[in-house]
Design a protein around this ligand. Structure first.
Ligand code: GLN
Ligand code: ZN
Length: 745
């Protein structure tokens, strides 16, 4: 029975295991404590668990090849033979070559890691150029298909589609290689077809972003060609994360049998579908269950949307809006959540049930759907918070004029030219982690914990004084994670116990859930910052995570606009800024590393986002006096599209990742008229390498050429949490010495 997908499918599923078994196995393999056979055994067990769970849930269309040891883009690169020579030359086994591309080896840096669309997942960027020789390696997809068959589960292998693959690659015009790559996909399809595969899924999410007419034309050409492959499986082109726009009619023109549309992030897809008229011979896979958030679906509304699709196409199937990779695996492991919250949530496993229910309801009517959810508990609404938000005026998001502020700040801080500082965290030592774990386990009491944190803070302050840094930090030893730390202390946030989501490779995060109005109970950071400040005459920077980043790295409520939730978080941070200032903190940094990350894919949607994002940051930071210096910090991306927004944040100082891009961001910022303090990172903290003093001096000299020295700060690219003390000390010594050298000209 493989007419289509039946009624229900999902675009992908988490692969890390409910207890992060894959993370543990992969890390054990890297550490050399298990061998490849043991690793493969764990992997096979995890795959089998997923397939059987999906089958037992009575899901009709079950994906395979969604398992990955590290990343599905990397898997696709391997499937098309796009292994750069620099890795082939290492002469490693297939598995170790794969991990070398993912993590690098002593002599070869890894592929670049970057954000997967608007999610917090990171993929490895394939390196493609004119010389790349594509070859078809269907091995992994075939093995997984056969493995599932042996369990009596028929699956649909999933690959990243050729157009998206190249659009996300880097090199000398990768997209120019599309025709060659499509030939290789044709071979992959043939191999899968010969093995008995009846459906294959090719993901083309890149077409939910703005694309040129030529790119859309290329998509049409690619799938027309793939449609002509003989003995191929039927092709399902999945799109997600937004609206397809002009790419939809282009795809409909091709012989592909099924097209997936995200109706959650791209409700306009439905209008577009209606506009192109009745679709003969196509299956539309309606992404009605949100794969990118943790809320239960309004099943009745979803059935209505599904019925609209059914009226337009020959065949309709229900699916998740995107792969379930982006949500935790199973809600049923969360035993301590508030029942009123629990009943509103659905993780991957529960979303599969929803898809199945929707598929049935589309066929048999809504009579068997579960009861709709009761209204939101009144206690989740905070009238005080709402009244405060309603009373805000424009002036709450404005500070005095910058020149005046700068003069007041300089009078108070008396910093030298080219002041040196760091981004916040210092290496998290084993003792620090142990103290946090013991506090959680109850074997260490509050007082004992505070004493250990104070000892660590004192050590970090002493070190910075000894190194001769100008603006110190407390080192953030008390923070497990820059968002989780605040989520645990704010009303309206819930933490999960096992809600792990893969961020990249073996790294998983546990995003908090913002379910109700946000309010601050008590000061969240003041005691640590004030303690640090009490130990030194130099200014200690208070350290907060900004509202946009807090939202970006949480699961956010969908019953009100993101802008409103961001403002609620901003008010809590505004109070924190106020209290830090009152405690004698003169410099406060509000980190917004995710500002670029949640930028909507379509330009038409970007202004509205940036307006509320900037507004929330300003609400958080504009309540302080002129003589309190506000810093912000950005990293993890190129900032091209958001430079004007960075300027609009109106921070007194912006520290920004720059060392890899050779300070280009300085010219870009100057070009849009940015005139306040700027700290371009002069040390790439993403690698354990210690930059020499000469290197840092060189970077600084480039910076001084682009920006007047009076506005220039000297700092690393990002926090030092993941580094070791030996590298940090040596690097900071070089950084301070370089600043001294350049000051003296
Ligand atoms: N203040 C944070 C730190 O230093 C900033 C982290 C980040 O930008 N991702 O760790
Ligand atoms: Zn950073």
């Amino acid at each position: 029975m493989t007419t289509a997908f039946g009624q229900s499918t999902v675009l992908g599923y988490p692969r890390i295991g409910t207890d992060r078994e894959l993370k543990k196995a992969v890390e054990a393999y890297w550490a050399g404590t298990i061998d490849a056979t043991a690793l493969e055994k764990t992997a096979a067990r995890l795959r089998a668990e997923v397939w059987l769970a999906l089958r037992n849930a009575r899901l009709d269309g079950i994906p395979s090849n969604t398992f990955s040891y590290y990343d599905h883009m990397l898997d696709t690169a391997v499937a098309v033979g796009a292994i750069p020579d620099r890795f082939r030359r290492l002469g490693l086994s297939e598995l170790d070559t794969y991990f070398a591309m993912a993590r690098g080896v002593d002599t070869e840096p890894a592929l670049e890691l970057t954000k997967w669309f608007t999610t917090n997942y990171h993929y490895l960027v394939p390196e493609i150029d004119a010389d790349t020789v594509f070859t078809a390696n269907p091995g992994k997809a075939l093995r997984e298909y056969a493995e599932a068959r042996a369990l009596d589960v028929t699956t649909r292998p999933v690959l990243v589609g050729p157009a998206t693959f190249l659009l996300l690659s880097k090199g000398d015009d990768p997209f120019a290689r599309l025709d060659d790559l499509v030939d290789t996909y044709a071979l992959l399809l043939t191999a899968l077809g010969e093995a008995g595969v009846t459906w294959v899924q090719l993901d083309e999410p890149a077409y939910a972003a703005d694309r040129t007419p030529a790119e859309i034309q290329a998509l049409r050409r690619a799938y027309t060609r793939l449609g002509q492959v003989e003995h191929r499986p039927r092709i399902f082109v999945a799109t997600y994360f937004g609206e397809l726009g002009e790419a939809l009619p282009a795809l409909l023109d091709t012989p592909v049998e099924a097209i997936g549309l995200d109706l959650v992030a791209g409700p306009g897809n439905l209008r577009r579908l209606a506009a192109v008229g009745p679709l003969r011979g196509k299956t539309i896979v309606a992404g009605l269950v949100d794969g990118h958030n943790v809320w239960r679906t309004d099943l009745r509304a979803a059935v209505t949307a599904g019925a609209t699709v059914a009226g337009l196409a020959d065949n309709v199937a229900v699916s998740t809006s995107c792969s379930l990779l982006h949500v935790p695996m199973d809600l049923s492991t969360e035993t301590h959540l508030d029942p009123q919250l629990y009943e509103r949530l659905a993780f991957a496993r529960q979303k599969v049930d929803e898809v199945v229910q929707l598929g049935k309801a589309l066929r048999d009517g809504t009579a068997h759907l579960p009861e709709p959810l009761p209204p939101l508990p009144p206690a989740w609404r905070r009238h005080d918070v709402r009244a405060r938000l309603a009373a805000l005026s424009v002036s709450d998001r404005q500070r005095g004029d910058y020149e005046t502020r700068a003069a007041h700040q300089q009078q108070r801080l008396r910093l030298p030219e080219l002041p040196t500082t760091t981004i916040g965290s210092f290496p998290q030592t084993a003792e620090v982690r142990r103290a946090r774990a013991e506090l959680r386990a109850g074997t260490l009491d509050e007082a004992g914990y505070t004493a250990r944190m104070h000892a660590e803070i004192a050590r970090v302050i002493r070190l910075q004084e000894e190194l001769g840094l100008d603006v110190l930090v407390h080192g953030e030893p008390e923070r497990n994670d820059m968002v989780q730390y605040f989520g645990e202390q704010l009303d309206g946030f819930a933490a999960t116990a096992h809600g792990w989501v893969q961020s990249y490779g073996s790294r998983c995060v546990r995003p908090p859930i913002i379910y109700g109005d946000v309010a601050r109970k008590t000061p969240m950071t003041v005691q640590w910052s004030a303690y640090a400040q009490s130990l030194t005459l130099k200014p200690v920077k208070g350290m907060l995570t900004g509202p946009v980043t807090i939202l970006a790295w949480s699961f956010v409520r969908t019953d009100q606009p993101l802008a409103d939730t961001a403002d609620q978080v901003a008010l809590a941070l505004r109070d924190e800024c106020h209290d830090l200032q009152a405690a004698g903190i003169t410099v406060i940094q509000v980190d917004e590393p995710a500002l670029r990350e949640t930028l909507p894919l379509r330009t038409a949607d970007q202004k509205a986002y940036l307006d509320w994002a900037v507004g929330a940051f300003r609400l958080a930071t504009c309540g302080v006096g002129d003589d309190t210096q506000i810093h912000t910090h950005l990293c993890y991306s190129e900032f091209g599209e958001v430079l004007t927004a960075i300027d609009a944040l109106d921070a007194d100082v912006t520290s920004i990742e720059a060392s890899r891009s050779k300070m280009e961001v300085l010219d870009d910022l100057a070009a849009i008229g940015y005139r306040r303090g700027i700290g371009p990172g002069v040390w790439d903290i993403h690698s354990p390498r210690v930059p020499s003093q000469a290197e840092v001096t060189g970077a600084l000299r480039r910076a001084v050429a682009a920006v007047p020295a009076q506005r220039l700060w000297v700092n690393p690219d990002c926090g030092l949490k993941t580094r070791g003390y030996a590298e940090v000390e040596a690097s900071l010594r070089h950084l301070v010495a370089a600043a001294t050298e350049v000051r003296a000209h």
